[in-house]
Design a protein. Structure first.
Length: 346
């Protein structure tokens, strides 16, 4: 108001136009500098606030499209805990799109960007994150047996920078084979399809073999390393007269689940898979932990760590909810009648 008053006085006294112009220019320049200073200070405050917002990294062997349903559950759980993306937490996503060899590079990138926490979905992602950092907390959204894999010292006392959820998928491999045998009691030969890289598939195969021996079933291990190996693997199962197939857990097989499901159905194989996502794609049956509950609990771990808890002191949780799913349309398509007692369990 003071500046405007002076400008009016200048006009009423009929000062020289050049002087008026100069005075107005000075005033405008002063205002411009003031506005620039305010904008700079505001930007600095916003930058500081953004810098103080914790950054969360998400690492998976899967794709953005495949992971979106469970990520939606994870975000919802974070919101329930008071977190909102881009407001009081940032999340950076890294997807390997089924290419396991990319995981170490993606994990290293998250470490370079100084994530506050890395959430790793699956054994391969956890291993990559573990190899990339011993300082940044790592939350396992899910894993197999983290003790056997060397991720933690024990479930009760992890002892390092890793904690989270364990699916105990190795033990579940035996259960899946039992359910497959119940659904098709005449089975004598089963082809176990697996991706051989890493410790986890080898341990899962060992457990499946032990179960096969108890069930008097011959288990044939068939390696699937790349996409081009999938169809020939089913060719081996046909040639060796397998009566059914089972896929062992792993990021590669999970990413290409539609291909495995389609080939099993085309060859009329009864098949059992690690989780219900395979059944939603048309797979016959699956048995595994409740994915939705796992991602809700992963958000809980993130919250605890952001509030000061150390991963070493947070016990690894084991699944409490399991899902046994059967696709009756697929059963009819391959000519399999599921016994009533098996349906009742589903």
């Amino acid at each position: 108001m003071k500046i405007i008053t002076r400008w009016l006085v200048i006009r009423s006294l009929k000062w020289p136009a050049s002087l008026v112009t100069d005075r107005v220019y000075v005033i405008h320049r002063a205002l411009g500098i003031t506005c620039t200073l305010i904008a700079t200070l505001s930007a600095g405050v916003e930058a500081q606030q953004a810098h103080n917002i914790p950054r969360l990294g998400y690492l998976t062997a899967g794709s953005s499209q495949a992971d979106e349903p469970r990520l939606a559950i994870f975000r919802e759980a974070l919101r329930d805990l008071g977190y909102s993306e881009k407001k009081n937490i940032f999340v950076e996503y890294r997807f390997a799109d089924g290419k396991l060899e990319r995981l170490p590079e993606l994990a290293t990138e998250l470490v370079r960007r100084e994530m506050k926490i890395i959430v790793a979905a699956g054994n391969e992602a956890v291993q990559a994150a573990k190899d990339a950092t011993q300082n940044i907390p790592i939350v396992m959204a899910f894993s197999g047996d983290p003790v056997e894999a060397g991720f933690v010292a024990s479930l009760a006392r992890p002892g390092g920078n890793i904690t989270g959820l364990s699916r105990l998928n190795i033990d579940l491999s035996a259960k899946r084979l039992e359910l497959l045998k119940d659904a098709a009691p005449s089975l004598t030969r089963v082809a176990a399809l697996f991706h051989p890289e890493g410790r986890f598939p080898v341990l899962a195969l060992k457990e499946a073999r032990a179960a096969a021996q108890r069930l008097s079933v011959q288990l044939m291990a068939v390696e699937v390393r790349v996409l081009e190996d999938i169809e020939p693997a089913f060719g081996v199962a046909v040639k060796e007269r397998a009566g059914a197939v089972m896929t062992l857990p792993g990021g590669f097989i999970g990413f290409h689940r539609k291909r495995f499901v389609d080939l099993a159905t085309r060859n009329r194989f009864p098949a059992v898979y690690p989780n219900s996502r395979f059944v939603l794609e048309g797979g016959l049956m699956s048995y595994g932990s409740d994915v939705r509950e796992e991602f809700r609990r992963a958000a809980f771990y993130v919250d605890r760590i952001l509030k000061g808890a150390k991963p070493a002191d947070l016990p690894v949780e084991q699944p409490t909810k399991f899902v046994f799913a059967i696709n009756l349309k697929t059963a009819k398509q391959i000519g399999l009648t599921i016994a009533p007692n098996v349906l009742a369990r589903a």
